[in-house]
Ligand binder design. Sequence first.
Ligand code: C2O
Ligand code: CU
Ligand code: CU
Length: 542
Amino acid sequence: MKHWSRRKFLAALAGAGVVGLSGLSGWRKPAFAAADPADQFTNRLRLPGASGLYAAATAKEVRQFTVSELDFEVLPRILSPFRAYVADVGGRRLLNPTLLARPGDRIKLRMVNRLKQPTIIHWHGLTNDERNDGVGNFQVEPGKYFDYAFTVRDRAASYWYHPHPHDVAGEQAYKGLAGLLIVTDDDEEKLARALDLARGVTDIPLVIQDRSFNFEGRLEYKLSREQMFAGFLGEEILVNLTVRPYLDAARRIYRFRILNGSNARSYRLAFAQGNRLLDYYLIGTDGGLLEQPQKVRESFIGAAQRLEVLLDLRAASGNDPELLKSLAFDPMHNESVDEKPGKPAAGAAHGTGADPHAAHAAPGAIADGTEMPLLRINIKPSPEYTKQIPSRLSQLPKPAAAAGEPRRFTLGHDGKGNWNINGWRFNMHETPVTVRRGTRETWLLQNNRASMPHPMHIHGFQFRVLERQNSPAQIKALSTRRDGLLPQDCGLLDTVLVWPGESVRIALDFSHPFSGDQTYMFHCHNLEHEDTGMMIGYKVKA
Ligand code: C2O
Ligand code: CU
Ligand code: CU
């Protein structure tokens, strides 16, 4: 198994003299193979505080987001150019605030664009009319502003917001722009009481993102031609923008709200103590709580997806730290397998026999599918805790399949380096699909064999997964059901990961209260795929 290393960065730092090396002793160990990887996780995980990164505020008290360029310490003690949504609330300055709301709340917010390029905020997972959904057609120029006004109509869940301009969403998100919007309701409060959870202390957001740094330790977004095609892969995995983080925890139950905020990378999430994998409980997905907790040992999470989990640290043995890690998996970058000669240079080096874990590793980047630690959890002496996980969490209506043939979407590429959906590439003036408001449909998302995993995201409506067919072995192994569904498929979703060769049937209900026609996006949330055209507009006809 491959482990990642850090030589390039160290060599660079030693030469650059930007910072004293004294503070960077954690960076000096070159690789994990020899030593205990957990030893290198010496940076305290950033948690939302009263101000700064991810600080919480009610959506009602935040009136303005200034989209700003500023300097931010991504790596410890190194200032990097960074972009953030800045809000000033009652004397506090918040960066990428965690917005708190309840269903029915009214959000009124002005976005002021202080970037040097157009931008727009998209509210990922929320049911909005097309204007408040916030996509490229509404992007605003530098120096201009945009006013949002909408009602939170969705279930309690961890939603998020991020940029959605034409062609540069990947770059803008990468450079810092992303935050959470947490909607709570009575079910949520009941759970918090039952487990004695406190937001920011034992109910913790974990935003997982991979990043690369230049010779001075500043964030770098440079795409090789290969990464334009496969998507960006970084050389470090950050959690809450903390590199090699640790969390001090008590022997009790924690709730983690995990967002895969990476541009392109998927993770196979597990908790481990030494070589022992620990059970954890999946309790929520993109669209909020499941009906019942699902005991699991691992879950895949694709870009843009959220998984909410409970981890019971009373089950930890001794005082050894636990690790949240991503287990090794086959990234299935099979783009070239069925291709004739003359296919893009982008896929040339792999797909037929070579180490699949080496797929698309640009120099320095951690190859997709590599086993790696993400967060070290130190277990501290703690007061007795006797709470138990409730057996019921919430209610979800049964997914309802529409009668008749499904609408089919094939995910593939043109052999020249461009991904597409049914052969369509994004054109803002076209909406190749029209659905009727108030109707139900079944969509069948079919991924070619010569492809890669695509986290497919639908704007405007959450959906249910009905069935997975032809799943690759590593996915099938996680299902105990005849319909192939994974534990996480039993929730409400806005993004579903579709693996090469796989077909996923989903149920949509196009009911919403907005008058007139509304146009929404359907796209791959691998942001490089989105930016290069793996997106279509679809119209909901009134
Ligand atoms: Cu999270 Cu169209 O995006
Ligand atoms: Cu979205
Ligand atoms: Cu994709």
